[in-house]
Ligand binder design. Sequence first.
Ligand code: KIV
Ligand code: ZN
Length: 525
Amino acid sequence: MTTNQQRNDAGRVRIFDTTLRDGEQSPGISLNKQEKLEIAQQLARLGVDVIEAGFPITSPGDFESVQAIAREVHGPVICGLARTSKQDIEAAWNAVRDSERPRIHTFIATSDIHIERKLQTTREDVKGQVRAAVAQAREHTDDVEFSPEDGSRSDVEYMAEVIQIALEEGAGTINVPDTVGYTMPREYAAMFEELYRLLPGLHDVVVSVHCHDDLGLAVANSLAGVEAGCRQVECAVNGIGERAGNASLEEIVMLLRTREPALGLWTGVDTTEIARTSRLVSRLTGYPVQPNKAIVGRNAFAHEAGIHQDGVLKERETYEIMDATTVGLDSNAIVLGKHSGRHALSTALKEMGFELDGQALNTAFKRFKELADLKKQVTAMDLEALVTDELREEISGFALQWFEVDASSLRPPHARVAVLLPDGGSAQGSFTGDGPIDAVFQALNAATAISPRLSDFTIGAVTEGQDALGEVSVVVEVDGATGAGQAISTDIIDAAARAYLRALSVAVARSRAGDTIGLPETAGS
Ligand code: KIV
Ligand code: ZN
């Protein structure tokens, strides 16, 4: 394995994580400040170079989350997104200014279709806006990034003129996005080669890729960009993001690591934190990871065919190009039992990076004891799931008080539920459904007086074994607004009911807010 000393600085690729900004723009995802902070702390442990913490102008909630991350998360650069307007730049700066390493990322579209149809302005006006925005941002900080939105569909000569202005005003990072996931690797690389030819000044700054996955090419395009000389990759954990998502962080990082001998490129990421980061993001966003997802899917390191199993037993590398431990899939060493006390729990949690005290530790301890009564061994994976579930409990909205289900093969199942309402009141509902979970969901609809469309429902298990914690993800739609929720429990019906109410709470809040991300005017993806 190549050591850091042997590595050439010219091959160092910066990882710019946009899980909390572009990732949070996925339909149905709505993270509160505490959840964003938790993810940002984990991203710092993962060793990303930049955390794009949000788009501060979009809502007071986003502003406060970015500000909290800027104040509390140490290590990575903390970045806030801004359009080119004065208010956007001021909001971004005020949100990130308390970070040890603040960055303002400003963007405006440079493709004709965006300029004419969306912005309804002219190429000249866009140039003026870029000059003013980058200059304004540079008054606040030396670390300014500029993105010509829809860069891959822009006239490259015009885009080069716009980038030249950003360079003259002092932008230190130039990111050229494939906003709509349209480009192909060869084309994207050729575009960067042309930009480097037209703009010698690009060699003195960091050039960055930002790819969406509409054609399933986000990672391939990102690789083409770094092979053409770019040294920052913008990506999101589990590939979440607008529409089909962003380039997946774990895929690009493991691609660079696994093929380092061929590429001579490397990142500063501690890859053993990848699996845990993926699980945290999946649980807090309510977006499950597909089983066959590269690197972090449940089956990514599983071998089904006998011939493969035989080969791997004889020599792992016959069928495995990566060792599961390099992405942190061996992290189940911590084991507690029902006799473990509060101190043992707190130490185990600390080892895993969770600093819990006071009421939070009391609640975690109570849930741990309940679990330990049902399960012989409580592992690190179980603890991680419990703590993350508790964080989700803080969502304001509907909460499950109790449920009761009569299920039998002789008659249709009947469910009764009681729900705590957002105004502090309580309501009950009952229903006879097709199956026990259907009956509970319908009873919850009756109690909340809302009838959402169920668009996704997934059941999984946190660990293996019959006594494993069940994990349920639900996505619902209320008046066109989507909400995602996830919950864990040893009782799968309890997990389903709580995941459903979380998803419902998010969807209702989004539908009341008009399902926008709160922008005063239209903005990019
Ligand atoms: O996809 C995109 O163009 C973006 C920009 C704001 C960088 O997300
Ligand atoms: Zn994007």
